[in-house]
Design a protein around this ligand. Structure first.
Ligand SMILES: Cc1cc2nc3c(=O)[nH]c(=O)nc-3n(C[C@H](O)[C@H](O)[C@H](O)COP(=O)(O)O)c2cc1C
Length: 147
């Protein structure tokens, strides 16, 4: 994927008084997203419904983070982690996500995610951590020159 770097580096601030929510089927296809999810990601609900949730995957995120997420939720546990997501316009936004199962009459029917904002220090810490993880795992790395 090619990015115009100036667009790619633009961060969208996630509001503190809202929760960004989405749900997926058991394969990770989006079945619901709330209004604030659409606003922050830059997609309309129609564009999101039925699409794999990796539609908002940012290339800075190491593969292993999502492997851990899926291993955790498939084993019936709740996964909490810091995620950098890609907007439709190639900007990004950082969130803390809580992903878990949705149960109906005791049966797992969907997965859901609730996302809240994080502080600057936590973003910086995770950017460095994820850069390191991608490098160690031989995944694509991106050089950004901070002035
Ligand atoms: C409920 C739920 C919410 C998810 N939310 C995100 C998300 O916000 N961003 C993201 O990149 N992946 C999210 N994922 C993980 C994706 O399904 C996917 O595993 C990830 O984007 C990596 O893509 P890949 O599996 O194609 O490598 C979510 C999964 C579930 C079940």
């Amino acid at each position: 994927m090619e990015y115009n770097e100036s667009e790619f580096l633009i961060e969208t601030e996630v509001p503190y008084d809202e929760v960004i929510t989405s749900r997926t089927d058991l394969k990770g296809n989006i079945t619901y997203a709330n209004e604030i999810f659409c606003e922050i990601s830059g997609y309309s609900l129609e564009e999101l419904l039925g699409k794999p949730h990796n539609i908002v995957r940012h290339p800075d995120m190491p593969k292993s983070v999502y492997k851990e997420l899926w291993d955790t939720i498939k084993s019936g546990n709740q996964w909490i982690g810091v995620v950098k997501n890609l907007r439709k316009d190639k900007g990004h936004y950082w969130v803390k996500a809580i992903v878990s199962g949705v149960y109906k009459d005791g049966e797992l029917v969907e997965y859901k995610s609730l996302r809240t904002p994080i502080e600057y220090d936590e973003k910086l810490e995770h950017q460095k951590l994820y850069d390191k993880m991608r490098k160690e795992n031989g995944e694509k790395t991106r050089r950004v020159i901070y002035e």
